[in-house]
Design a protein around this ligand. Structure first.
Ligand code: DWN
Ligand code: SAH
Length: 387
């Protein structure tokens, strides 16, 4: 597989980087993770292609996330909030607007610059234990340490967990969310598997990891974003009451067989079936001479396109609203990425919904396309056409 967010120009094709995308599950610690990792500097840099604020539903989600943290965890005087992977400031802007002391840690310099322009205090570095010590020395300890869709991106998790232990006040909380292994298995959302996602967390693996650093999971809350995420609330061992939701989720994970090799064998079989079904559907549509355009040049789509062998004679181009992706080509298969305006100017017969995790907002916006007979191809949880 290529770099999932590595949109490129034609003169870069010859030097494109590829690696072996493969997932392993540890029977001892129950962690599910990539077996080969891509160097972080190849993924997170000054030309990072994902800007968080491109989805209006995610803007609402992060407004609500910020207000729940403020209401539940920032009661004391002069609170201090740290967020890693703060991107363009989609969440921190709410703390900034409320005059709350905050610090964003965002290594991708271009998205960090957007946050800074919005008045959000952001440093462009990778978070680890050493940086945590520097932050404590300069700003003191934090009341809340936040992360969305970032913890699962960091291979050296022990350094991160140790940094969090050092950075959090005795009563402080870590609140983070990431795509949930249970949803990936239940929905066969194999496109969550790509270079940036080094880990596929469950309560079992997260608990065990943080327990090694004197921290415990005190609450969990499923989130209806990115195809099914889990939010974990973590505190110093013994500092907070543990919610009854923890034992309930543990029981659910046991029932789902999240640590059972048979679950992964089943997932593998369903992924292969999904590929066969999607490829045959696309070939049918092409035989009928219909036009198909991809909707959303997501990181996830890089896995689907390259795994299914989708080429530009089947999918004409991918429509995307992000300026840095437009005019470039998708990683690996090199499908053209074009501005959304092109989709509206000359609507295709079929839209292949690569941004399926944002389907509610997209289907709402594209009511005219659907009303005019435009059809949607999706593949999570199963391959289907809808109109
Ligand atoms: O974990 C990660 C998540 C949070 O974001 C990162 N590793 C990278 C990224 O993953 P992704 O690229 O799969 O995220 P999205 O949010 O599914 O990407 C949506 C893409 O679709 C963006 O490029 C914007 C585009 N888009 C669009 O063209 N029209 C999105 C919407 C909602 C639209 O209406
Ligand atoms: N939190 C945002 C962005 C998620 S994309 C959202 O949910 O929309 C993942 C982000 O994590 C990227 O912006 C990337 O630059 C950042 N990141 C990757 N490794 C990191 C690390 N070690 N420390 C802090 N941020 C990191």
């Amino acid at each position: 597989m290529p770099i999932a967010n590595g949109f490129l120009t034609a003169d870069q094709f010859a030097d494109e980087y590829f690696f072996e995308l493969q997932v392993g599950a540890c029977p001892k610690c129950s962690m599910v993770q990539l077996t080969e990792l891509v160097d972080r500097d190849r993924m997170f840099h000054a030309n990072y292609a994902f800007f968080s604020s491109t989805s209006s539903n995610m803007q609402t989600h992060f407004r609500d996330f910020a207000s729940s943290v403020t209401a539940e965890h920032l009661g004391g005087p002069d609170p201090f909030v740290v967020e890693i992977g703060s991107n363009d400031g989609i969440m921190l802007r709410h703390f900034a607007a409320a005059g709350i002391r905050h610090l964003g840690i965002e290594p991708s310099a271009n998205v960090a610059a957007v946050a800074r322009e919005r008045g959000i205090r952001t440093i462009s570095e990778f978070f680890d234990e050493e940086l945590a010590r520097r932050i404590v020395a300069e700003h003191g300890q934090a009341d809340a340490f936040l992360g969305a869709n970032v913890m699962c991106h960091i291979p050296y998790l022990h350094s991160v967990a140790e940094g969090i232990r050092i950075l959090l006040k005795p009563e402080g909380v870590l609140v983070f969310e990431d795509p949930y292994l249970g949803d990936i298995i239940e929905k066969t959302s194999y496109d969550q598997i790509y270079d940036e996602h080094a880990f596929y967390f469950s309560l079992a693996s997260v608990s065990r990891l943080f327990a090694q650093h004197g921290l415990e999971v005190v609450d969990v809350e499923p989130q209806n974003v990115h195809g099914g995420s889990m939010r974990y609330v973590i505190a110093h061992l013994g500092a907070r009451r543990v919610s009854a939701r923890i034992s309930a989720l543990r029981a659910k994970e046991a029932a789902l067989g999240l640590q059972d090799p048979a679950s992964f064998a089943g997932l593998r079989r369903r992924i292969e079936e999904s590929r066969v079904a999607l490829v045959s559907l696309l070939q049918d549509v092409k035989r009928q001479g219909k036009r198909v355009v991809g909707y959303g040049a997501t990181s996830k789509s890089t896995t689907v396109i390259n795994y299914c062998g989708i080429t530009s004679d089947i999918v004409e181009y991918i429509s995307d609203t992000t300026p840095i992706k437009q005019g470039k080509f998708s990683p690996g298969a090199h499908l053209p990425v074009r501005p959304y305006e092109e989709f509206t100017r000359r609507a295709p017969d079929y839209a292949l919904l690569f941004a399926w995790n944002h389907s509610a907002e997209i289907l709402e916006r594209e009511r005219a396309f659907t009303r005019a007979g435009g059809r949607w191809i999706s593949y999570v949880p199963k391959v289907q056409v809808s109109g």
